[in-house]
Design a protein around this ligand. Structure first.
Ligand SMILES: N[C@@H](CCC(=O)N[C@@H](CS)C(=O)NCC(=O)O)C(=O)O
Length: 222
């Protein structure tokens, strides 16, 4: 009998951390949450820096193995803990390549080049650190909409999930970007609305979101 995995997930409260919590729940994994939040100083402690010198969340510990980067965590969990009945990653090489293409596209174009640029330069977000730049924020929102056309084209055949009739972890990444875009007031394409509504009904999505809620620190609760 193989021992149950010893999983600890660091980080709550962001569009990146929720991906890992959600994947855990999709795979029915039991894990410990270390509920550290962004911009609280908690990613900079000596204990955490020793685990993750990048000082970012999320971070996954699986026994003595550690991995950061939300998409890499989701991919690692999908690859390691999928079963025949419940798999989040396609096996055939070309399907796997298509999954990789979606994954990199979502992380690079929708997250890093669009939504995170809005976060970095938004007056109500991190503009006080990286510079408030309304024109950059507006252009990044436009770029998101433009890039989302690839998703719109894929969903045009009324497929249930991004890659067809099987839910994969690419859906986790896409959904977190759609939720994020809506929260930022960037509209999403019409055919992504029913897609999103369908995904949001998944119990693992709801459990992952609940697990991602930052606990109220006493000084913040006051
Ligand atoms: N590309 C990384 C980005 C991780 C990241 O930037 N995390 C932010 C919160 S969303 C963070 O930890 N910032 C440092 C801090 O807040 O102390 C990922 O997807 O995991």
């Amino acid at each position: 009998m193989t021992a149950a995995p010893n999983l600890t997930l660091w980080g709550v409260g962001t569009s990146r951390t929720v991906r890992a919590h959600w994947a855990m729940h999709e795979l029915g994994l039991t894990y410990t949450t270390r509920a550290i939040g962004p911009r609280t100083g908690e990613t900079k402690t000596a204990e955490y820096t020793a685990l993750n010198p990048r000082q970012k969340i999320p971070l996954l510990q699986d026994g003595d193995f550690r991995i950061g980067e939300s998409a890499a965590i989701v991919a690692y969990l999908s690859r390691t803990y999928s079963t025949e009945e419940n798999s989040l990653i396609p096996e055939p090489p070309r399907d796997f390549a298509a999954w990789l293409e979606w994954t990199f596209f979502i992380v690079a174009e929708l997250d890093s080049t669009s939504l995170y640029v809005m976060r970095r330069h938004g007056a109500d977000a991190l503009g006080h650190i990286y510079g408030v730049a309304p024109e950059v924020v507006a252009k990044a929102g436009e770029y998101f909409r433009q890039q989302l056309r690839h998703v719109e084209t894929a969903l045009a055949d009324n497929r249930t999930y991004l890659m067809g009739d099987r839910f994969t972890s690419a859906d986790i990444l896409l959904t977190t970007c759609l939720d994020w875009a809506i929260a930022y007031g960037v509209g999403i394409c019409d055919n992504a609305q029913p897609y999103l509504a369908r995904i949001q009904q998944r119990p693992a999505y709801q459990l992952g979101r609940a697990a991602n809620v930052a606990r109220a620190a006493p000084e913040r609760a006051r």
